[in-house]
Design a protein around this ligand. Structure first.
Ligand code: HEC
Length: 438
């Protein structure tokens, strides 16, 4: 019998998972390369795989332009808005030697694609969401020849996989560090994994942040004094606060956009853990069903007999995802926030809207991120592609909460009006809901 342990993350709440700081967890050989997942070897159909097919067929082209190479053309092909630009200056990622406070790395994103550009870099770094396999990594060499995406596994997974950071699946994360003046993180001072549950005071270390946020303070825009790197006190939060323009800090001319939009950062920070939990939910269900098949054969049970352990595994993974979808544990803003790039407008404009004109993409930005706290990633292909038993469990739990039957503390942040509104928006905008939602 080929049983795998339930991954610890599945049983953890979003809040508990959030407070696990980054640690270099020693990992066993990743089991997602085995059946039934076959992450590295199985077929994929993510936005980059689709774009590559269109390039091969001559139905699409990518063109190089200026210091950004293929960036602009790639963002257009993936429908990633350039207003989503956020800038990270800590040396925490793949092309670390080229990243510094004078040459921050730019990231751009949509619901299902994340693109990284480094000034003078040889490659664009891409992470896209495959409906079944979760986050898939690619490089696009900036050489002038015919553009060709190159799938990556180990080179990226050495950082983009970890029980604390991504829940043990290939995934995405945002971290907050104490950066030195050269962008080198001072790991001795600690780091934070950022999610919607992170207080602003622990966010954006090593990132530029443009936007207003009143009296709230964060770790962005500044570096720690090199003299005493180990203490929080050396981070000059006042100098990093309410920065609207990065003009005086580095040469922005080679960049596609200006600034590092605060609202874009907050939206990205909500999306990444949701992607990871959708991937976990998919993997866990497929593994549980495979194990069940083996167990039924062994025990002489009829095909399709539901084992209690299967139900438990599915509901644990569903619960973590439902909490993340409904922003359980999200921090309360104490002053309004705003960005600088117009990202908020382009994000909200995507809809879809219900018959009263309301959308899950309507932003609040006074007390919390979304006006109606339910992740728009519920519209994504990866949610839709979850195994049927998993989707049924998620819809049942969403219905429990949104109908008001579940009054437990993880959902206490949702008022009766919030619950009703989210229910109504979903009813009008999500055609695949089960009949009992109507
Ligand atoms: C040395 C560790 C490391 C390696 C190796 C690495 N990354 Fe990352 N990556 C990070 C970190 C950390 C972040 C979060 C932002 C930051 O701090 O720069 C990140 C962020 C990203 C993002 C933005 C979305 C997100 O998760 O925040 C993309 C896209 C990305 N990486 C692509 C890649 C690709 C493609 C590869 C492999 C070619 C790769 N990365 C290899 C550490 C790494």
């Amino acid at each position: 019998m080929n049983r795998r342990p339930i991954h610890a993350f599945a049983g953890l709440s979003l809040i508990a998972a959030t407070h696990l700081a980054f640690s270099a967890v020693a990992r066993a050989q990743p089991s997602y390369d085995d059946e039934p997942i076959r992450y590295s070897a199985g077929p994929v159909d993510d936005p980059i795989a689709r774009l590559q097919r269109r390039l091969d067929a001559g139905d699409a082209t990518l063109t190089r332009e200026g210091p950004q190479g293929y960036l602009k053309s790639l963002l257009a092909a993936l429908r990633v808005p350039r207003e989503s630009q956020v800038l990270v200056f800590s040396k925490t990622s793949f092309q670390r030697s080229a990243i510094s406070p004078q040459t921050p790395r730019a990231l751009y994103f949509s619901d299902d694609a994340y693109v990284g550009w480094v000034k003078g870099g040889d490659v664009l770094e891409i992470a896209t969401i495959d409906p079944r396999q979760g986050t898939i990594f690619y490089l696009l060499p900036q050489r002038p020849e015919k553009p060709r995406f190159i799938r990556q596994t180990h080179a990226c997974l050495q950082c983009h996989d970890g029980s604390a950071q991504t829940g043990g699946v290939p995934g995405l994360m945002v971290r907050s560090v104490f950066p030195g003046s050269d962008g080198e993180p001072k790991f001795s001072a600690g780091t934070f994994l950022t999610t919607p549950a992170s207080p602003l005071s622990e966010r954006w270390g090593g990132w530029y942040v443009t936007g207003s946020h009143g009296r709230q303070r964060h770790m962005g825009n500044v570096t720690v004094g090199d003299a005493d790197p180990a203490t929080l006190a050396t981070l000059d939060r006042e100098r990093g606060a309410n920065v609207l323009d990065l003009e005086s800090r580095f040469d922005q001319a080679p960049y596609l956009g200006r600034g590092s939009d605060l609202v874009a950062l907050m939206v990205m920070e909500h999306q990444l853990p949701v992607h990871n939990l959708i991937t976990s939910a998919s993997y866990e269900t497929r593994r549980a069903l495979r194990d069940e098949e083996t167990m039924n054969k062994l025990l002489g049970e009829p095909e399709g007999h539901r084992q209690k352990s299967t139900t438990n595994r599915i509901s644990a993974a569903a619960e973590s995802l439902v909490r993340a979808l409904l922003f359980s544990g999200e921090i309360a803003l104490t002053d309004p926030v705003a960005g600088t790039s117009g990202f908020a407008r382009s994000f909200s404009a995507l809809g879809p809207r219900d018959r009263k004109g309301r959308s899950l993409r309507d932003l609040d930005l006074r007390r919390r991120l979304l006006r109606y706290p339910c992740s728009p990633l519920i519209y994504g292909e990866s949610f839709e592609a979850l195994p049927t038993v998993m989707k049924e469990q998620i819809y049942r739990r969403l219905w429990d909460v949104l109908s008001g039957r579940d009054q437990t503390p993880p959902f206490a942040h949702l008022t009766p009006v919030d619950r009703q509104t989210i229910r109504e928006i979903l009813r009008d905008t999500k055609p695949s809901l089960p009949a009992y939602w109507r």
